[in-house]
Structure formats: structure tokens, C-alpha cells
Design a protein around this ligand. Sequence first.
Ligand code: ADP
Ligand code: MG
Length: 700
Amino acid sequence: MSVNLQTPIDYLKGVGPNRADLLRSELGIQTYQDLINLFPNRYIDRTRYYKINQLQRNNAEVQIIGKLTGFKEVAQKRGKRLVANFIDDTGMMELVWFRGQKWIRESLKTGQTYVIFGKTNWFNGKFSMPHPEIELQSEHERHLRSAMQAIYPSTEKLSNKGITNKVLTNIIQQLFLETKGRFVETLPDDVMTELKLIPKSEALFNVHFPKTPELLARAQFRLKFEELFYIQLQLIIKNLINKSKIKGLTFDSVGDYFNTFYKDHLPFDLTNAQKRVLKEIRHDLGSKAQMNRLLQGDVGSGKTIVAFMSMLMGLDNGFQCCLMAPTAILSVQHYQGLLELCKLLNISISLLTGSTKASERKIIHQNLESGELQILIGTHALLEDKVKFKNLGLAIVDEQHRFGVEQRSKLWYKNELPPNVLVMTATPIPRTLAMSVYGDLDISVIDELPAGRKPIKTVHRYDNNRLKVFKFMKDEIALGRQIYIVYPLIQESEKMDYKDLMDGYESVSREFPMPDYQISIVHGKMKPADKDYEMQRFVNGETQIMVATTVIEVGVNVPNASVMIIESAERFGLSQLHQLRGRVGRGAEQSYCILMTSHKLSQDSKTRLETMVRSSDGFEIAEVDLKLRGPGDIMGTQQSGILNLKIADIVKDKDILQEARLHAKNILKADPSLASPAHRVILNTYRQMSKYRNIWNYIS
Ligand code: ADP
Ligand code: MG
């Protein structure tokens, strides 16, 4: 009979209620199953012994054979510590205990040979090892040792309470004894054969107690694959369920608006990427299911025209459409841009923001309900209950990371049937990550910039080169161009940032005096109306320089601006730098981005600056960002459970992720309900997971 892996760990020999509580609270381990899935962080070589004179000041974990030559107690601020001298034939070091001193004093003897293991510190001119694992050499000889001993995740509290790595190892060993190391297989035969995966039981054994480095690698591969495979399976199933359950509004035909615009009014040739994306959208809109699509495209890749043409498909089928942007300025820009196009086609379009006058607002509300108004552009104001559409067919959300998922879904409830939804973002989320995080959305990517764009020249300059930078600014302004100077974000608490901005503004004002020069300033502490006013002056070309914080980060379009200067650039994240740089290079002129920093730069800052100077590819930059910061900080991933991976790493294991997704997809394509006997093992595992582990935590 096999052991039930859902047994609480309290029942495992050697655990007991106290340890069980600690394992639960510190590592979230409730059951046998959880314990088996506590995967080592790394492995160390326990076949290697160091001499004291070989130690390095690097805090490494080492194993040393030697003798205790004496104890002393040293008083300290609170209580005392116990220090033992430990020697081998090359030198002397100290072992230190802050707790459990009585027991140590009684059980360890001077003159005997011990093997110690632990992290070394360099302190007061000598090496010491606090709370070493220590055992008599004779006892040590009896254990099996491996060149790859597992080191498990731990917490300070666990080690303080005596649950050391050795104890954890013993507990896991006990679990293998009780279960005889036999675990139910969770992957189907054909996948196992195709990928030459080792069986589950063998993988689990070798990940905890590797026999050889090769077996360890194969064990890790198999377990990572399995983990990613089931997550992908869940995501794809969720997506399929959405598609079959959520009936959407179907846009059957492509009609006059779209065709006329395409034939007669398209201001430029679409890029191939834009064409492809439009086809994907067209396919969704023509199907019976609700569209839920994420449109990714780097800044300047031309998402707006795609949005507009998608709206035309809606209008051609008698539906209304809306476009929601995160700021008033952006909404105004969209409105002004699209108004021109709408005039050509005789389409009615309105703008609704927080500052729309009550009288205008009333008219908009009426025309929306009567169906007279075809396109509505605006901010969050669109979400208000008073805003009622006659028949909203397509809702487009620009720069989605500024909106929560909740706001997104609020748009749905403006109809009996949910409108089709297109979410546009310029935050280039690496594809691998996107498909894990947004697995329930379909994804389109515009991965090509319109032809003829001049790449932005990016340089890194130190603060002491500022005079040269000022000179360069004057030259550009003399050519009729405009310039942004951006400072790090102002937060309430950060007085320094505010001071930096104001100091900067003052020195720029001195260097660029009125009336020859006009300067705008925009920051987070200003009233929205004042911000809009200053911004608008810059947009209209009344001011040549815009001194600002990152409030201008999203979407503003001033094609005449050709220089972006970023102050304290080392303090910005990579994706933010890239977004800021995207504010220039929108016109026909050569554009520049100047990253200003002090000389003090961390390694990460240097990597960020070098990446910016080298690359203008948003996706490449996002990959570097992901490597530097981990997925936790990337926009939109914060709440997604993809961070709860137990063994796989979303960045390092993206090839495995791709493989896993492909297999999950193919299996579901061939057998959507997992009914075939060959897939029984998947169905069982899937059910088991949803039952016990609340797999939805993984997803959203
Ligand atoms: P984003 O994707 O950042 O929202 P926009 O839609 O604002 O980019 O487009 C940036 C600029 O590129 C706009 O001025 C737009 O008119 C122009 N543009 C878009 N597509 C093309 C194209 N295929 N060829 C030339 N210019 C284009
Ligand atoms: Mg845009």
C-alpha cells in the first residue's frame, strides 16, 4: 500500500508537533507532498575538506577536520557567547555559539578529532565559524557523503530553533524511507519517451540525493518541465473555457468604413507587423467568442492606427467603440489625432475626461444612449455609471499597466454581452513571461517600427560634462527643436527629489533665460489643471524645454522634440528609461537621448546604462531588465503567481517553458477533455492539483 502524500507532516517520524508548526509557518510545508517538493536551492561538495590556511574571506561554507583545544566564555552586551579554539596542522580558528552553550560545553570534548561544517567569518584578524555543524570524525566516517549535498531553503527562525540543513535532510530521508521512494508518475508515457525524461520517483530521489551530476541535471529538467507543463496546461484550459463560455459580439463583415479608409485615407503604408496584428484582431472579432487580446508594441510602433482600424470594424457592424487612456493629455492627443481621420469618414467622435463641462457631458451621455455617437475617447471618466452606451462593441484600453484588471473588467458590464476588449501596452513584456502571466489573454505583437525611422542616438555623460550638454541643447533649439529634461519621480516623502528638480530648473532657467527661451515645468505635486496647461504649452511649441518628472513617461507625442535628457539616470529602471527615450524620435529629425549620472555607479546601474546605449530594442531591454531584477518587479507580474514556482525559473528556464507550453497545447488540441486513456495520468494529476494545491494561486 502506498503512503498518502496528503498526510500532515506531523505524522512523519522525527517531526512532531513543534517542528511541524515551524515547517508550516516558515516554509509553508503542510503535507508529505509539500516536503517532497521542498527543492534544494543549491548543492555543496561534502567530499571536500579544507585546511584552515586555505580559508578565504568569502563567507563560503566549508568542511574542516581538526581538534578542540579549549573553551572560553566572552561577555557581550546581552548575555555571553561561548568560544572554542579549533586547530588543524595548518592553523587555528574559533567556533562560536550564542545559544545552547550548556549543551555544547557538556557534549564536546577537547583533544578529540571533529569534523565541522558551516560558514566562516573573518573577524578581528581570525576566521570563526558561528554555530557549526559538528560531529566526531569517527561518527562522520559512517555517513554517506556526496559531492552534491542538498542545501535547502531556510529561514533565520528555523535555524535558530535547531532545524538545520542536516535536520531537514534527515526528515526528507525519513520520508523516502516511509514511502519507499515510490511516487506516482505524473507525466504521460509519450511525453516521457519523446523528451527522454526520467521517471518521477527517480527524479525526486536524485534532486534530493543526487547520485551523479548527470542524474541531478536530468532530475531537475524533468521536475522543471513537469511544473511548467501543468501551469501552462491550466492557463490554456482557462483560456479555452473563457472562449467557449463568454459569448461575444461578432463583427461578421468588413464594410465601408474600413474599406474606404484602407483604400483612400491611410496616411502611410502599414508595416507587415501592423498588417499581421490587424488580421489577428479581425479573426477574433469575426468569431463568436469575446475577444480578449493584448497588443504589445514598442513605443512608436504604431498601435494607434491599429486601434482605429479595429474600431472601424466595429462601426461597420453597427457597434459603438471606445478608447480609454490613462491621462487627460493622452486622451486629448488620441482625440485630436483620430478626429482628423473621423472627419474624412463622417464618423462622430467625442472626448470625455474629468474636465469635460457638465453641459457637454450631458450631450455626450445622450448621444451615447441614442447611438448617435460612434466613438468615445477618454480617461477613467468612461467608467462612470452614468456613461451608458447603446451598443458598445469594442473597448480599447491604452497603456494598460496604468489600469487595474478590475477597471478593465468594469468596461465589460456596460452591455448585456461583454464588448470585445483590446488592451494595448508599450511595456515590452518578454514573450516567455507574457505567456505565463497573461495566459488568459491572447497576445499580438508589433515587432517592427515603421520604415525610415532614424534610430535615437543614446549617450551616457557624467555630471561634470553638463556645460557641453547645455551647448548641445542650444544648438538643437536653434534648429527649432524641443527638449525634455527628466528628473526622478517626486514622492511626498522624498524632499531631496523635489530639491533636485527645483535646483535643476533654476540652473536651466539661468542658462536659458527668458525671453529668448521658454521653459515648462511639470511635476507630481502640481494640480492636474496646471500640469495640463504647462504640458499643452510644450505640445503647442510655445516652450522649448520641458523640465519634468516621470509624469511625462506615458504616451505623449511631440514629434518636434528631439532631445531627451535624463538626470540621475542611474536611479531609473531599464524599462522606464526605455519608455522615456521613446518620447523622442517621433519626427523626421535625428533624435538624441542623454543619460546623465554621477561617477558613483553600481554594477547594475552600469549594466542598465550600457544596455540603453547599445540597444533600442524594447524586448531585448526587457530581457536584460528581467535578468537584473527578476520577474517580481516587471510591470504586471506582481500579483501573478508565476513567482511561486517551486523549481523552475522563469528567466533561466524559458526554453523549458516553451517546450512545456508546446506540449500542453498539442495535447489539448488533440484531446481537449483529456479523455484518452493515454492522458489519464494528466487528468488525474490536474484534478489532484486543483483539489489540493489551489492551482489558481498560480495564475491570477
Ligand atoms: P505607439 O505604438 O507608441 O502608440 P503611435 O501609434 O503613436 O505609436 O505611432 C507613432 C507615430 O508613428 C505616429 O506619428 C504614427 O502616425 C506613425 N506611424 C504609425 N504607423 C506608421 C507606419 N506604418 N508608417 C509610418 N508611420 C507610422
Ligand atoms: Mg500610444
